[in-house]
Design a protein around this ligand. Structure first.
Ligand code: BG6
Length: 472
């Protein structure tokens, strides 16, 4: 009954800014997410760190000082790989220094050494909502081309230093979220009317496409065996029409194209016609050079990494909102929702795998999927989280179906295998982990770690190469 390949990358995923804490330790500079008191979903942020204000991510779960034992727990879970990001501001505190911060580099040396010693393959996101605050303030983030060489400098340092240990890289976390959470996805505030905002969005994403192509070029030069991927939120693309009304169906496609464009450009190497149509309709003029287009064409990425949490439903004329889970759509009467109102739809994941495999015919890496729930310690002293185990099993079964459909899924990293700070809301209460962390919304708690019931479920799935999904 074995469906999952022997070398399948069973894993877990976190991001530096949601786990490490130590926000100003060892020379680290301020990142955009260091200025959000209530998460990124509403694009509300301070312009500086306000003295005395509480920022949940500043201490987070103190992974910076506890990674050693946390990774040992991940090894006990059986993880074959572990995805995390590198906090840009640990390496270049403002993004603009000439020389990197050696203390920051040493931290990731220790982290990757530990993973390698435990037999865990490191998987790295270069930029996961962690643009240096200085680059936001001076340039409005990725709206400016100034960030392209700064990102290249960062990549050169990272590839040179860690290329011997890190073989799987992805450049930007969920850049297609730029429409709904621009501060996090592109370090940028949107201003003015809708056409102006589109101008900003398409300029920023273009700049990121160029930066991605340069990273791929650099990787070929410095780490020829490494795999370079892009990372998108496919919860943004899993959009159902609310009815068979043609306007609902075509509107859903137009929404999906907000995501497709990033894959079209970075995996196929060229801009699709539907984007040029949008630029024409809204009189958007992007600063694009022939050299940039040639670079994008030549240096395409090798795999598509993606997050998937939920699907959504589009009805003609509906105002489009979004958060870290993708588009916020009309309620879907066929789906149950999580405690945070996210529809639970494993078949939507199989759909996304098939759709993307058909479009891009490249390896797929599911690097985020999970269930946020308000877990509590029961009277028996344990943490019972059957909904999480069910979510895990149902989504992995959907992946097994996708693999049997012919999709080249190379791995799966559960989001937040240990509780971390929620990106969207800044809460600790919204927990994803197989390991509980005693830390609460107000910052109280001992930070003690404790396994939940789901820990054994995932461990068993990994141990049996997925076969336990089909037993009992
Ligand atoms: C993804 C992000 O969009 O969603 C993660 O890449 C985030 O950073 C995850 O944590 C889940 O969202 P939230 O808001 O529940 O933490």
């Amino acid at each position: 009954m074995t469906v999952f390949p022997k070398d399948f990358l069973w894993g877990g995923a976190i991001a530096a800014n949601q786990a490490e804490g130590a926000w100003d330790v060892d020379g680290k500079g301020v990142a955009i997410t260091d200025t959000t008191q209530h998460g990124i979903a509403k694009n509300v942020h301070d312009e500086e760190v306000v003295p005395g204000a509480f920022y949940p991510s500043h201490e987070a779960i103190d992974f910076y000082h506890r990674y050693d034992t946390d990774l040992e727990e991940m090894a006990a879970l059986g993880l074959k790989c572990f995805r995390t990001s590198i906090a840009w501001t640990r390496i270049f505190p403002t993004g603009e220094e000439d020389e990197p911060n050696e203390e920051g580099l040493k931290f990731y040396d220790r982290l990757f050494d530990k993973m390698v010693a435990l037999g865990i393959e490191p998987v790295v996101t270069i930029s996961h909502y962690e643009t240096p605050l200085t680059l936001h303030k001076k340039y409005n983030g990725w709206e400016s081309k100034k960030l392209i060489p700064l990102f290249e400098k960062l990549c050169r340092v990272l590839f040179t230093r860690y290329g011997d240990r890190v073989h799987y890289w992805m450049t930007f976390n969920e850049m297609n979220n730029v429409h709904t959470i621009p501060y996090a996805a592109a370090g940028m505030d949107l201003t003015g009317d809708y056409p102006h905002q589109l101008q900003q969005i398409y300029q920023a994403t273009h700049n990121m496409y160029v930066a991605n192509a340069q990273a791929v070029r650099l990787a070929k030069e410095l780490m020829p065996d490494a795999k370079m991927g892009i990372m998108l939120s496919l919860s943004q693309a899993a959009v159902y029409p609310a009815s068979p009304k043609p306007e609902d169906v075509f509107g859903a496609l137009q929404l999906q194209r907000r995501t497709f464009v990033s894959a079209d450009v970075q995996l196929r190497g060229y801009y699709p016609g539907y984007v040029k149509r949008i630029w024409k309709d809204y009189k958007v003029t992007i600063d694009i050079t022939d050299d940039e287009l040639a670079l994008i064409k030549q240096y395409t990425s090798q795999y598509l990494a993606f997050s998937y949490y939920r699907s959504s439903t589009y009805q003609e004329g509906m105002k489009i909102y979004g958060d870290t889970g993708g588009v916020v759509g009309k309620p879907n009467p066929y789906l149950k929702e999580s405690a945070w109102g996210w529809p639970i739809d494993p078949l939507g994941l199989r759909w996304m795998c098939n759709l993307m495999q058909d479009r891009y015919d490249c390896p797929l890496f599911i690097v985020e999927n999970g269930l946020g729930a308000a877990d509590e310690i029961s009277e028996d002293g344990k943490i019972h989280d059957p909904e999480r185990s069910a979510y895990l099993r149902d989504h992995l079964k959907a992946i097994a179906d996708a693999i049997q459909d012919g999709c080249k899924v190379i791995g799966y990293t559960w989001w937040g295998p240990i509780d971390i700070v929620s990106a969207g809301t800044g809460e600790m209460k919204k927990r994803y982990g197989f390991v509980y962390v005693d830390r609460h919304n107000d910052g109280s708690g001992t930070l003690k770690r404790q396994r939940k019931d789901s820990f054994d479920i995932y461990r068993q799935i990994i141990e049996t190469d997925g076969d336990s999904l089909f037993q009992g």
